[in-house]
Design a protein around this ligand. Structure first.
Ligand code: GDP
Ligand code: MG
Length: 441
């Protein structure tokens, strides 16, 4: 995919704002990337459309191609779509004993994930966890959970032959209460395909346990199929989150996007292997990079944006050293101050500035002044901004009137520009690596 994309990027080397054609041809490739990552067609189509509408007309950062810029935009949009929860790793387990219901198809990784999460709760949150297998169809499955429990040092509900899932769930609830457990986890049986019996059973268990969290475990490699499963489970059982397993495999993680887009449920964890520690909190950034397979391009664009800022700073410093500090420079400084939260914000960041702030208040220097000063600079012509020495009486009057202010304010501004210019020159002369350079970093 990267090869094909770089081909497109080579063709798109025009700079400036993103044209509709730039966006379209780059997005064609992104669309293929999404489909290759197993994102379902309607979801991919929808997503591309949204990005297209947002991207056209955006400025292209110097030194990256429009195609690369589009990829960055797509990446950010993916992250936004994938983000479903501020804190996906936080399970709702207040009011002990808190029931957690695990559902999903057979082989999706329910039993493994149950044990992984139990281990996490025990180790990270110091919780006492009880696990119960409700998989009565396969005695081996109950054994499997018991073995994992021993391995990670988490209790499992003793196996009683002949009990049905609802009875096991009831016993788990009672046992969790009596035994002083914080959490009890119900690992349900799965089927190869979703069917009414499976759903009915899960619903019955849900009604008994009234789970705080119902986690749907989905094989991240199954792609589009996973979405149908998720929709069905959510409609019939109601899920509070998704765990995507086998994300250690070759899959591109497209299921994650489809799942989010179609069900709207947050992805909470990803399984990354068979070992008991192989589980992580879901990170949208990571999966977005994986779906696009273009992480290097995203960081390239970010880098380019940074470099440009550094380049500008360098250029400015060179000019200051030569004693050039015009109204454009002053305007930039004033705007920078505004961005940093005005005088007040800048002052609060500097220690020992309390006294100075008092003096400024007395002198009537406040944040409104910043906007007035910028208004004055805005009403100057290009030539005047570049060379403030041009400003004689008639020009001053015109400028002040244009900004709706007095000439005396303009005079103050001019004085400020001269003083700052002198200061900048001195600082610049202090040599490379001097104060100014430090300050611009
Ligand atoms: P269940 O039928 O839903 O309970 O599925 P299991 O928990 O028994 O898992 C089925 C198989 O998938 C087992 O061999 C697990 O070791 C394996 N498995 C589960 N989660 C992952 C994962 O995140 N990555 C990998 N590579 N294998 C997993
Ligand atoms: Mg199982």
């Amino acid at each position: 995919l990267s090869d094909r994309l770089s081909g497109v990027f080579d063709r798109l080397t025009k700079q400036g704002a993103l044209s509709e054609d730039d966006v379209k041809s780059a997005l064609r490739e992104v669309r293929v990337a999404l489909l290759e990552a197993d994102v379902s067609l309607p979801v991919a189509r929808d997503f591309i459309k949204r990005v297209q509408d947002g991207a056209t007309g955006q400025a292209v950062t110097k030194s990256v191609t429009p195609g690369q810029q589009v990829v960055k935009i797509v990446h950010d949009a993916l992250v936004e779509t994938l983000t479903g929860s501020d804190d996906p790793g936080k399970l709702k387990i207040d009011n002990p004993p808190a029931p957690i219901l695990m559902v999903g198809l057979q082989g999706s990784g329910k039993t493994t994930t149950t044990a992984k999460l139990a281990k996490r709760l025990k180790e990270r949150e110091g919780k006492r966890v009880l696990m119960a297998s409700l998989d009565v169809n396969r005695p081996a499955a109950m054994e499997q959970l018991a073995i994992l429990g021993t391995q990670i040092g988490v209790d499992t509900l003793p196996i009683v032959k002949g009990e049905d899932p609802v009875a096991i769930a009831k016993r788990a609830k009672t046992q969790a209460g009596l035994g002083g457990y914080d959490v009890y986890m119900l690992d349900t049986a799965g089927r190869l395909h979703i069917d009414q019996e499976l759903i009915a059973q899960a619903a019955a268990v849900r009604d008994v346990a009234n789970p705080r969290e119902t986690l749907l475990v989905v094989d991240g490699l199954t792609g589009q199929d996973a979405v149908n499963v998720a929709t069905e489970f959510d409609d019939k059982i109601g899920v509070t989150g998704v765990v995507l397993t086998r994300m250690d495999g070759d899959g591109r993680g497209g299921a994650a996007l489809s799942m989010r887009a179609v069900t709207g449920k947050p992805i909470r964890f990803v399984g990354l292997g068979e070992k008991m520690d192989a589980i992580e909190t879901f990170e949208p950034e990571r999966i977005a990079g994986r779906i696009l397979g273009m992480g290097d391009i995203v960081s390239l664009v970010e880098k380019a944006q940074e470099t440009i800022e550094a380049e500008q700073a360098e250029k400015m410093m060179k000019r200051f050293q030569k004693g050039m500090f015009n109204m454009n420079d002053l305007k930039m400084q004033l705007e920078q101050m505004q961005k940093m939260g005005g005088m007040e914000g800048v002052m609060s960041m500097m220690p020992g500035m309390g006294k100075m702030k008092g003096q400024m208040d007395e002198a009537g220097i406040d944040d409104k002044m910043l906007s007035r000063q910028i208004a004055l600079i805005n009403s100057m012509t290009k030539k005047e901004r570049a060379n403030p020495k041009l400003l004689q009486a008639s020009r001053k009057k015109r400028i002040a009137r244009g900004a709706g202010l007095e000439v005396s304010e303009l005079n103050k501004l001019l004085k400020m520009q001269r003083q700052m210019g002198d200061m900048m020159k001195k600082m610049g002369k202090m040599g490379k690596g001097g104060m100014l350079k430090q300050a611009m970093k």
